[in-house]
Design a protein around this ligand. Sequence first.
Ligand code: COA
Length: 162
Amino acid sequence: MLVKDIAGMIQNDSISIRLAVELDVHDIAEVAYRNSRNPWTEAGLLEELKYDFSLLIAAELNYSNKSSIIGFANLHITEPEAHLNEIAIEKQYRRMNIGSRLLYFCINESKVRGCEYITLEVRESNEEAIRFYKKNGFHILGKRKKIYTDPNDDAIIMRLEI
Ligand SMILES: CC(C)(COP(=O)(O)OP(=O)(O)OC[C@H]1O[C@@H](n2cnc3c(N)ncnc32)[C@H](O)[C@@H]1OP(=O)(O)O)[C@@H](O)C(=O)NCCC(=O)NCCS
């Protein structure tokens, strides 16, 4: 599919952001496998759906009576804190504001559920993601040394007051 076609579809607002259900888990695991550095497995995602404190959120592209999941996020709600565990968008759909729309959905759900702030940890080498979070209002709280392996990396801790 050509990028201009994708952009056209997105202008027509054919992206929906919604809470995921069990039927979505297989597709979300595939998005995670292709786009996350430490991907969730299908079994892990199914486990997440069982917990009341865990929200799995899908970004879905709807076109010609079809739909496909092109991004997801996972959030743990432990008021007053919400912790964003993962957010990922398929490569060909990046920088079209879909990640931000997914993030706003997470922020809104966190607010509605009584949270006052959102935290997250991101690899120091993941400059695109750090820029993405800063653009969306997160600030850097600090660093945890050598927390990631394969490859070794420090974690940047970020927070957004909501
Ligand atoms: C981080 C991620 C979810 C952003 O999704 P997205 O749909 O591209 O985000 P948006 O289009 O809403 O926002 C784009 C903004 O993010 C930043 N950004 C994203 N990718 C960037 C890149 N390759 N280079 C520089 N800045 C980038 C910029 O601020 C950009 O704004 P701009 O386009 O006006 O310059 C996506 O890059 C991704 O899935 N990455 C792989 C998974 C990942 O690392 N997740 C974070 C784990 S903690």
